[in-house]
Design a protein around this ligand. Structure first.
Ligand SMILES: [Ca+2]
Length: 73
């Protein structure tokens, strides 16, 4: 995934905070990657799960266990 794709994914993610608490858990991130039609056309489900885990580590810069909208920008 190049930077442009990742940026697009993160924008889509920010719009889709599933329980609306302003934070995204690892579970929500995996759900997002695995269920995103655009990402599905590029990657397999197991790739998407791996990518979600990798992205989560990168995005959760304060290691709080949640990604907040601020961490996506
Ligand atoms: Ca965080």
């Amino acid at each position: 995934m190049d930077n442009e794709q990742l940026e697009l994914a993160n924008k889509r993610l920010a719009a889709r905070d599933q329980d609306g608490d302003g934070k995204i858990s690892l579970e929500e991130l995996i759900e997002f990657y695995v269920n995103d039609e655009q990402l599905q056309s590029y990657f397999s489900k197991s790739d998407l799960e791996e990518m979600a885990k990798e992205s989560f580590q990168k995005l959760d810069t304060d290691k709080s266990g949640f990604i907040t909208i601020n961490e996506l920008i």
